[in-house]
Ligand binder design. Structure first.
Ligand SMILES: Cc1cc2nc3c(=O)[nH]c(=O)nc-3n(C[C@H](O)[C@H](O)[C@H](O)COP(=O)(O)O)c2cc1C
Ligand code: SF4
Length: 505
């Protein structure tokens, strides 16, 4: 008998370890022959800890399970039964390509990984030459999932064509956006797919060394990735790559914790042991990156999607999606929402469906007021924009961005002026300090919003001007994109910026 209990940080935070202890005690008391597998999460966070029992009819789920529920599960009269986990509508409606194995397998079992299609992408990649590898990536249409949406195939080609003794693959696992957890989920639930993706990237561009830069706030991901690299080395996935004569190895590095260290050039400085300040571009990291060498910097999801592209073919991947937003996106639904979690689907689903049909509306039961999409620098999308299909260009056209695809839901009690102030303050606190519009502009921005809150209507024009300056004059997107949340709050909820509350007092 196999019993699955996630080792994912979210499941653990909700009591998964205590549930495991209760299951172990029950197994010992009953003298049953059973194995507990610590899998990743299925991504249905409201059901965590989600316990699954393997049966002839598939994996039957129970959740959210507390230690007190365990006895009833073994006795067959639990009221926490969910039936076949893969038939739960939230799960069944997804198109899982990148996350196909997450929640299913034991994350640190290479045998389980291979039994579920692992390494077939790499084996196929090893039969292709450099041009064919790049073509496959370009055909897939994969765009960087870290935020900017730059085509991965073109980035790889730049690094491949650069002449240098040493090249690098750097995986950006800093995941600082609000409401996002997809990078963490994949590292904790299917680390070998990230390793395999990095190996394929190395083969394609001619890099022999890779780094995974993980935020320090992710101790579980750091532990799983470190163990996975050691296991991959033992199994010959790293080192002499599956006996092919190609060399590739990976080191896990831990960031000290600053939002701006997710910005690729700041990350590279941090990786080199320097202060995490942004570098001016050009030169692009693709030409002068880590230690001044040509470097691919890609997000976790971008790299973890590479194996399935090679396993199923670039065209198979490109057949999902909408316009230039090809493939699937792991959308992270968070905030004040009933069914929060990870929903991987082809681009194109309207935002309102994601929030109301998939997410079930607010957890508070009050009407939705706005959703912030794309992290702390993303716009607040009002309900009137809920028809917007999920896609890079479609969101851009509505004054928004999809970033790392985190959706944070707010109900009608949200204070939008307060949210605009929070965005400015976030920028002031997290600014690397290199350029004036961001370093000083954000501080002045907070002061200006405070003036508006006190009823100074003229300060609204000043705030608009300041946002224009920050947008046009900042060196990187931290300062350059802070106007998105601020201006979207102002434009979509103007009545909250009239200082009425204070003025009336
Ligand atoms: C302030 C700031 C923070 C960022 N944080 C992240 C992050 O946490 N993870 C990430 O992958 N990209 C982040 N990015 C984007 C990276 O600079 C870069 O575009 C990305 O890592 C490239 O990988 P991709 O092409 O696979 O998306 C951030 C950018 C900015 C400006
Ligand atoms: S915009 Fe802000 S974070 Fe970016 S380089 Fe300028 S000061 Fe640094």
């Amino acid at each position: 008998m196999k019993i699955y209990v996630p080792r994912d940080a979210a499941a653990k935070a909700l009591g998964a370890d205590r549930v495991v202890k209760a299951i172990e005690a029950e197994i010992a008391e009953r003298g049953i022959d059973a194995t507990i597998v610590r899998n990743g999460t299925r991504g249905m966070i409201w059901l965590e800890p989600l316990v699954e029992i393997e049966t002839s009819e598939g994996r039957i789920g129970y959740g959210p399970v507390t230690p007190a529920d365990v006895k009833a599960i073994f006795e067959g009269d639990s009221d926490k039964g969910l039936g076949n986990v893969e038939e739960i509508p939230f799960f069944a409606q997804q198109n899982r390509l990148t996350f196909a194995r997450v929640g299913k397998i034991d994350p640190l079992s290479m045998a389980d990984y291979e039994a579920h299609g692992g390494l077939s992408g790499l084996r196929r990649a090893l039969t292709l030459n450099g041009d064919q590898l790049i073509d496959e990536m370009k055909t897939s249409g994969l765009r960087g999932r870290g935020g900017a949406g730059f085509p991965t195939g073109i980035k790889w080609d730049t690094v491949r064509l650069a002449q240098a003794e040493q090249k690098y693959i750097v995986c950006n696992a800093d995941e600082g956006d609000s409401g996002t957890f997809a990078d963490r989920m994949i590292m904790e639930g299917d680390p070998f797919t990230l390793i395999e993706g990095m190996v394929i990237a190395g083969l394609t561009v001619g890099a022999t060394k890779g780094y995974v830069y993980i935020r320090s706030e992710y101790p579980d991901a750091i532990e799983v990735m470190s163990s996975a690299c050691a296991i991959a080395r033992d199994h010959g996935l790293l080192g002499n790559v599956v006996g092919s004569g190609n060399t590739f190895d990976i080191e896990v590095r831990v960031g000290a914790g600053a939002y701006v260290c997710g910005e690729e050039t700041s990350l590279l400085n941090s990786l080199e042991g320097k202060r995490g300040t942004v570098r001016a571009k050009p030169p692009l990291p693709a030409l002068q990156g880590f230690m001044g060498r040509p470097t691919v910097v890609n997000n976790v999801i971008s790299l973890a999607t590479v194996p399935v592209i090679f396993e199923k073919g670039g065209q198979h991947y490109a057949d999902f999606g909408l316009g230039r937003s090809k493939g699937t996106m792991p959308i992270q639904i968070a905030g004040n929402v009933k069914f929060g979690g990870l929903f991987e689907t082809a681009f194109g689903m309207p935002l309102g469906d994601l929030v109301n049909k998939i997410g079930g509306g607010t957890a508070s039961g009050r009407p939705v007021k706005a959703v912030q999409v794309g992290g702390p620098l993303g716009a607040y999308m009002p309900v009137s924009k809920f028809d917007t299909p999920f896609g890079y260009e479609e969101f851009d056209g509505q004054g928004g961005l999809i970033g790392h695809a985190g959706i944070v839901v707010f109900d009608d009690s949200a204070d939008m002026l307060g949210m605009a102030r929070f965005a400015m303050e976030f920028c002031a606190v997290e600014s690397c300090g290199k350029c004036t519009p961001c370093r000083i502009g954000a501080v002045r921005g907070v002061e200006t919003i405070d003036r508006i809150a006190k009823g100074d209507g003229e300060a609204v024009e000043l705030l608009t001007d300041l946002c224009e300056t920050m947008k046009d004059g900042s060196l990187c997107a931290l300062g350059g994109f802070t106007p998105y949340p601020v201006m979207s709050a102002l434009q979509n909820f103007p009545e909250e910026f009239q200082g009425v509350k204070e003025a009336a007092e």
